[in-house]
Design a protein around this ligand. Structure first.
Ligand code: ZN
Ligand code: FE
Length: 220
């Protein structure tokens, strides 16, 4: 009887909880799930640290309240990227590092620090000439690193791991949008150049793939 149900059994014994079909199916399609999992930890390490660093960068955009708002959207979406993929690490048999320092160190993108010497003792800047241009450039390059990272995850998982591919693709949608926002702001701020970007009111982080519907509904 069970012979008629081709997926009723496979390479893992019934009841064996030491292995996961969700990992073996990926391996059978030619992708090493352990390698992917480690790549994902590095990638969400960058999302998490970026969320942290954007908090501080945003604080240093006083007088540019519109820039702050856009930075806030990018910041919250990066936190959502961390949260979207964190469970996937566990599904692939892994875990987040117990030590947050280890997690931050293995992030796949550089720290998006405030780009001037910073006095951590007094918590104040040592130099007064931090400009919005400086901050926007850090923001832009952080988005570019994220695009490269999630494009690589899409390449790794395409046709092999539809679940991770779907997550990486959703994140990539938003990272590409983030780059467009900061290209627009930096080129205007620095060069007086017009590079329009479509920063409309955002819905929930992670909604970007469905943003067309959302925006139509929102404006109704
Ligand atoms: Zn992100
Ligand atoms: Fe981003």
């Amino acid at each position: 009887m069970s012979d008629e149900k081709p997926h009723a059994s496979g390479s893992i014994e019934a009841g064996d909880t030491s292995k996961r079909v969700g990992m073996e199916s990926i391996r059978e399609r030619g992708l090493d799930p352990e390698e992917l999992r480690e790549k994902l930890i590095d990638a969400i390490g960058a999302e998490f640290t970026t969320y942290y660093y954007y908090t501080n960068l945003r604080m240093h955009l006083a007088g540019h309240e519109d820039y702050k708002e856009i930075t806030e959207d990018a910041r919250l979406e990066d936190r959502a990227h961390f949260e979207l993929v964190a469970p996937r690490v566990y599904e692939l048999g892994g875990h987040l590092p117990n030590d947050i320092r280890e997690f931050a160190d293995r992030a796949s993108c550089p720290d998006a620090e405030v780009p001037v010497p910073y006095d951590d003792e007094g918590g104040r800047l040592q130099v007064e000439d931090l400009t919005a241009e400086d901050v926007l450039e850090v923001l832009l390059e952080a988005e570019r690193c994220a695009i490269r990272t999630w494009s690589e995850v899409c390449d790794m998982t395409r046709g092999k791991d539809p679940r991770t591919y779907d997550m990486a693709q959703r994140i990539l949608h938003e990272e590409v949008e983030h780059e467009a926002w900061f290209v627009e702001l930096l080129s205007m701020e620095r060069d007086g150049e017009i590079n329009p970007a479509g920063h409309f009111v955002r819905g929930e982080p992670g909604d970007a793939p469905y943003s067309t519907n959302r925006r139509i509904n929102d404006s109704a």
